[in-house]
Design a binder for this molecule. Structure first.
Ligand SMILES: [Zn+2]
Ligand SMILES: [Zn+2]
Length: 262
């Protein structure tokens, strides 16, 4: 198996080599899902005061996992496809790893994916396309398991990024793996339902999106469409008006938080 995986990494590899790579990607994604999910189950149980939507309970959280196989197979196919295309020399030749260019390309790719995600998400909220996204919105109060509660079409539209990017950006595959790991964990963080990591970095004037960000997308439906950053929503006027204040209320030392805990 290792031999086949190594063969997939050089030009001239065959279908079996790709299938081994596909299997390895699936196994890693499932391991991240279980590890991150367990982490949030423990954290949420320990800190009930950090729940974002105080009075809503998601009683279907385990049923939502029934859609995880379709979602994971689709995203793994896109991601393994991107790696394989680059290794076969079909895409742009990646720049060699270096201390300055690799983090730079990773940063560019994270910004590009955020734009991709924002516009695909806006498209999915367009009436003719919404039937592919309605399933995901059945969770009004998301849990980390909601991350994979989606149709195959929705997963494909979002995750095609990881196939297309190797034809657009000369990003080394190691950076793409780092981005995918981050993407999987941050996707679950965004659905955690509990704001564990509130900080000024997650609100104005900083661009990062906190857990509250995507939680409000599920709770209010019409706001906060982006993934990692809040700037697309700020520019396009789709940021929830209470977003910044809600994040601030979860920060250590906030008066609101003391009231909530008291
Ligand atoms: Zn949505
Ligand atoms: Zn969601």
């Amino acid at each position: 198996m290792v031999e086949r995986l190594l063969r997939a990494m050089s030009p001239g590899a065959g279908l079996l080599d790709f299938l081994v790579l596909f299997g390895v990607v699936i196994a890693v994604i499932v391991a991240i899902l279980l590890g991150t999910g367990l982490f949030f189950e423990v954290m949420n149980a320990r800190h009930p005061e950090r729940k974002v939507q105080k009075h809503r309970v998601n009683s279907r959280k385990w049923q939502e996992l029934a859609y995880a196989p379709g979602s994971i197979l689709t995203l793994s196919l896109c991601f393994a496809g991107g790696l394989f295309a680059q290794w076969q020399g079909w895409g742009l030749t990646p720049w060699p790893l270096s201390w300055w260019s690799s983090p730079l390309l990773l940063g560019i790719s994270i910004v590009l994916y955020d734009a991709w995600f924002y516009w695909v998400h806006r498209l999915l909220h367009w009436r003719p396309m919404y039937r592919f996204h309605a399933l995901h919105h059945k969770s009004v109060a998301p849990t980390c398991w909601t991350n994979h509660h989606e149709t195959v079409v929705e997963a494909l539209l979002n995750q095609l990024y990881y196939f297309v990017i190797v034809f657009v950006l000369p990003i080394p595959w190691q950076m793409l793996v780092a981005q995918k790991v981050y993407d999987q964990i941050s996707g679950m963080l965004g659905h955690a339902g509990y704001e564990h990591f509130a900080s000024p970095l997650g609100r104005s004037p900083w661009p990062l999106a906190s857990t509250v960000f995507h939680d409000q997308h599920h709770g209010y439906f019409r706001y906060n469409f982006a993934h990692t950053f809040s700037f697309w929503d700020r520019w396009m006027g789709s940021l929830h008006p209470s977003y910044d204040a809600t994040v601030a209320s979860f920060e250590p030392g906030s008066a609101d938080r003391q009231v909530r805990q008291g």
